[in-house]
Design a protein around this ligand. Structure first.
Ligand code: ZN
Length: 147
């Protein structure tokens, strides 16, 4: 193994921040067909300079392609990460919202949890959500226990 490989710092994409970027970029592309630095900065409440900095790292690691005038395009691996986080975000948000938890709390909790749950845990939560969404009686009964 070449020496340069050994001293390489951990991949930036293994961080929570990188996952948030890929999630936002994925959402923007889904909604608008493209993702610009200005929109990413706004959605993440981060300066455009910081966004450009992170995007260059993600580009170098092969998660996206950044073209100054066209904006950001996700590669296959970037899309995989962005989509997975967006999916966790959606399932967790729907599950907590169905219990009537307030929007701010849901948002705060989901933004943390979406980076930590495994594939199998997500599967369990998805099954519970589907069951609850199809069974108003059960949801009502559970919600009553929260009072
Ligand atoms: Zn999220």
């Amino acid at each position: 193994m070449p020496a340069a490989t050994k001293v390489r710092s951990p991949a930036v994409t293994q961080t929570r921040a990188a996952e948030d970027y890929l999630e936002q970029i994925h959402n923007l592309i889904e909604a608008k067909g493209y993702a610009r630095v200005v929109d990413i900065a706004q959605n993440l409440s981060i300066s455009q300079a910081s966004v450009t900095n992170m995007i260059q790292k993600l580009d170098a690691e092969g998660y996206l392609v950044y073209e100054r005038y066209r904006g950001v395009i996700l590669t296959e691996s970037g899309r995989r990460v962005g989509k997975a986080i967006a999916k966790r975000h959606d399932i967790l948000t729907r599950l907590l919202t169905s219990f009537g938890i307030d929007k701010d709390t849901v948002h705060k909790d989901v933004e943390g949890m979406e980076h930590h749950i495994s594939k199998s845990t997500l599967k369990v939560l998805t099954l519970i959500l589907e069951e609850l969404e199809g069974n108003a009686e059960l949801l009502k009964r559970l919600k009553k226990k929260m009072e």
